[in-house]
Design a protein around this ligand. Structure first.
Ligand SMILES: Cc1cc2nc3c(=O)[nH]c(=O)nc-3n(C[C@H](O)[C@H](O)[C@H](O)COP(=O)(O)OP(=O)(O)OC[C@H]3O[C@@H](n4cnc5c(N)ncnc54)[C@H](O)[C@@H]3O)c2cc1C
Length: 360
């Protein structure tokens, strides 16, 4: 069967959902509709993220599925080998994680295993003993005897390279006659009803836009600032709470802030100073790294966790039926880490919504 599918949103969730749908529904036409497309953007969070694929907590803001989404994304990332990985911006990276007391790894043993965390012995953790002196700059209520160190292999997704790669992949998807199967529309969607006459199914990846589009008051902005420096000598990710040093394809990102409820997008010099101070405590050689720029993105979080589900939306009286809408928004601080798992779930829900037995 041939279907017409609209995807609202051109951040990592929208583009990945469109790609997975195009691979499953080979005879369908997909339209990606967004107010902003990368690189002509200021408000797409995905172009301002750090892109680490990792989770240190289960059920961020209440979502119990997060670990499974991340495990699926990690498997997908592992399929990008060397040169191809560089083009797409996906690279494996050794990650050292410092945890302390109550802020320790809030993860059950099963999830630690799934994600591949290994706790370092006292001997293995010796090179990081300096954290015991610097810990008060990194953790509230720091206690030396509560410090634990973990390592794992994770992945860094270089956000800008990956968005470009995803978009190019979508643009080059053609049917057996060589006609393009995916098109793009640059515009703001006011309501699902305006799409109903033209599409069989709508995927809502509108992130913060879902507050109005899906009338969801649980959507919350979390302001994230980071600092980009030139430091090619960094070859691992170092992470302690909200402080992170993360080598990417073309720079090293130092982060971050997590200011709940704020959505102002100009970098604040005080935040940048604080980030640099914390990152020096975490990884002292970073001290003299040359500043490239500071950047801010607004994470689209949601109380109750990301919403990835199918809804039959009641349309207004001028349109006779209901419209199937698959929501995929509210991924907060872990949109890249979860994206491929969520896109796979969107495909499952789409199969359900488009099946002949599904009753409107
Ligand atoms: C500093 C920082 C560091 C981060 N670090 C990490 C990290 O290490 N790991 C990780 O996994 N995540 C990280 N994140 C979070 C991650 O970047 C986000 O979760 C992710 O980018 C959200 O993607 P999205 O596609 O849902 O939303 P967005 O990228 O915001 O895209 C939303 C899209 O919807 C469109 N849109 C909205 N409303 C409408 C409408 N009504 N009509 C039409 N179009 C609409 C927008 O134009 C845009 O195209 C970080 C974020 C920041 C800011």
């Amino acid at each position: 069967m041939s279907y017409k599918i609209a995807v609202i949103g051109a951040g990592v969730q929208g583009l990945a959902s469109a790609l997975c749908l195009s691979q499953q529904f080979l005879h369908s036409h997909i339209t990606v509709i967004a107010s902003e497309f990368y690189p002509e953007t200021r408000n797409i969070c995905s172009s301002h993220g750090l892109g680490l694929v990792i989770s240190t907590t289960v059920g961020e803001m209440g979502n119990e599925d997060i670990t499974d989404y991340i495990v699926t994304t990690m498997k997908y990332c592992s399929s990008f080998k060397k040169d191809y990985g560089k083009i797409a911006g996906i690279l494996p990276i050794e990650t050292i994680l410092f945890c302390n007391g109550k802020e320790g790894l809030q993860m059950c043993a099963k999830d630690q295993q799934k994600l591949g965390f290994q706790r370092l012995s006292d001997d293995e953790a010796k090179p990081y003993d300096y954290i015991k002196d610097n810990g008060a700059k990194l953790f509230h209520d720091f206690r030396k005897d509560h410090l634990t160190v973990y390592k794992m292999t994770s992945y860094v997704i270089d956000c800008n390279r990956y968005l470009t790669w995803l978009k190019q992949k979508l643009e080059s998807t053609v049917d057996s006659n060589g006609s393009k199967r995916i098109s793009f529309q640059s515009r703001h969607v006011e309501s699902f009803a305006e799409l109903a006459p033209f599409y069989d199914l709508v995927i809502n990846c509108s992130a913060l836009g879902a507050k109005y589009l899906a009338n969801d008051n649980n959507v919350v902005p979390i302001r994230g600032q980071y600092v980009s420096v030139a430091a090619p000598f960094v070859d691992k990710v170092y992470m302690a709470g909200e402080t992170i040093v993360i080598p990417r394809c073309d720079d090293v990102g130092l982060g971050v802030t997590a200011q709940v409820g704020r959505s102002d997008i100009d970098p604040d010099p005080k935040d940048s100073d604080d980030i640099r101070r914390r990152c020096e405590a975490l990884f002292p050689p970073i001290k003299n790294a040359k500043l490239r720029y500071s950047n801010v993105g607004i994470r689209p979080a949601r109380i109750g966790g990301a919403r990835v589900e199918l809804e039959l939306v009641n349309l207004n009286s001028t349109v006779s039926s209901k419209l199937p809408v698959i929501h995929n928004y509210g991924h907060g601080t872990k949109g890249f880490a979860q994206h491929w798992g969520c896109a796979q779930k969107v495909v499952k829900l789409a199969s359900q919504a488009l099946s002949s037995s599904f009753k409107l």
